[in-house]
Design a protein around this ligand. Sequence first.
Ligand code: SF4
Length: 371
Amino acid sequence: GVPEVPVRPIAERRVSRQIQVGPVAVGGGAPVSVQSMTTTRTSDIGATLQQIAELTASGCQIVRVACPTQDDADALATIARKSQIPVIADIHFQPKYVFAAIEAGCAAVRVNPGNIKQFDDKVKEIARAAKDHGTPIRIGVNAGSLDRRLLQKYGRATPEALVESALWEASLFEEHGFRDIKISVKHNDPVVMVAAYQQLAEQCDYPLHLGVTEAGPAFQGTIKSAVAFGALLSRGIGDTIRVSLSAPPAEEVKVGIQILEALNLRQRRLEIVSCPSCGRAQVDVYKLADEVTAGLEGMEVPLRVAVMGCVVNGPGEAREADLGVASGNGKGQIFVKGEVVKTVPESKIVETLIEEAMKIAEQMEQDGVAS
Ligand code: SF4
């Protein structure tokens, strides 16, 4: 299930309309959801469902699949039916795949009506089919595929160009009374992207799907996304997020969840408070922090574990956490809820922390703290 939102998120959320992507509400105060996109050929139903299962296990709440061919369109019904999480079909240009995706029971469709208008005036029919099936649509404007008319007007993909494009696309549906829409205005430059979403947020009440497009390999992409999403979410802007990384999609989900947890937009789970180490450290902090993180991976309860290299800040931080260790003289003082429960030799620190963490987690689960 969707984890509860803790008491003090970073900001009041912007007021937006709510749409329903399958069972996941987006906008209108619903918790910010995390989504990703499969990298398999959608027509390879087995591989796609396998990847969706992995994404679901990593906490992904909505998944998007590309639909560039008829074979992909044919696969949508089975994928939509068997996926554990709502499936959005991602379509460019071909209206027939939009109808196929709606008929297939996809939870939503990503399509830019501007593309379709150029080929064929099918927008009205799409609006009607989507309305009949209760299928929302994401209008996804990307710097890389900005309308030529707007590129000429603005010279490049400026925030104003992205916003004008998005609102024009939305108006093509609005003409037909269709407003079951969410919007994204992605750019690979977080500064441009943040400005675009801010302007868009002021000019409409549609829920917004945040993304830094082509953010890059995992390290760079994580930072770009965290900075951009942080800037927007700290102003209450953003209803669903997709971290784009040149890395396996489950990594995108992990990063997305961490960003929401860091901003208190989602109940924090395991949190390791470890020091950066310094010349005073009396233990290999990096190794200890890595081992504790690995040992506690997958814990579902909010647990703050302090791993501190020496006794300067060590006992203080360790006391503030649910559980902690302060190292010194080849030993570790283990703290639970502020009390030293034992002192163990360095070689036993990791296993003792894991043991104590399990006890606390069990207790929390009994008390109903788990999400
Ligand atoms: Fe340095 Fe100790 Fe602080 Fe770690 S806790 S950074 S070792 S002073």
